[in-house]
Design a protein around this ligand. Structure first.
Ligand code: FES
Ligand code: FES
Length: 175
């Protein structure tokens, strides 16, 4: 068996600097889940298609199964655990709660992170723009209608609070 020497990777995850020794082949999604215990980021496929693993990497939505942990060395990552708290939901989380934007919930962390990135780029998206913005994340349950309503709710909330897409809390912790 070929032995891979480990490399040190340091990321800022949900506002907290985290360091771990990983094999060079380690995917970012495995780093988050297995090394840091942030299991809110889901793995739904092995073909880079489902988007359940979507996180923010330096503010952009990426499928964390398509990025090596070493490629993200030095970067800032936000996972669903960094969005809000039970006491103070992020507007996107509040939207999913208010508009019943989930059923089984498996896709939800990825959809939420894609929605946060979308609203940061486009604080007032049309329904079509929401659907386009979330097309990288597949949902097998909802038919997307309530997901769209949840994102519209979040956009209204953010507009009323005057801080479009910037409310990512610096919190850590697993799910
Ligand atoms: S786990 Fe499906 S796209 Fe990453
Ligand atoms: S709520 Fe079940 S996959 Fe989206």
């Amino acid at each position: 068996m070929v032995k891979h020497s480990k490399v040190t990777v340091t990321l800022t995850v949900n506002g907290v600097q985290r360091t771990a020794e990983v094999e060079p082949r380690t995917l970012l999604v495995h780093f988050l889940r297995d090394e840091l215990g942030l299991t809110g980021t889901h793995i739904g496929c092995d073909t880079s298609q489902c988007g359940a693993c979507t996180v923010l990497l330096n503010g952009d939505a990426v499928k964390s199964c398509t990025v090596l942990a070493v490629q993200a060395d030095g970067a800032e990552v936000t996972t669903v655990e960094g969005l809000g708290t039970l006491e103070a939901l992020h507007p996107v989380q509040a939207g999913f709660w208010e508009k019943h934007g989930l059923q089984c919930g498996f896709c939800t962390p990825g959809v939420m992170m894609a929605a946060v990135a979308l609203l940061k780029q486009n604080p007032n998206p049309t329904e079509e723009e929401i659907r386009e913005g979330l097309e990288g994340v597949l949902c097998r349950c909802t038919g997307y209608q309530n997901i769209v309503r949840a994102v519209q709710y979040a956009a209204q909330q953010l507009a009323s609070e005057g801080e479009p897409g910037e409310q990512v809390a610096a919190t850590g912790g697993g799910a």
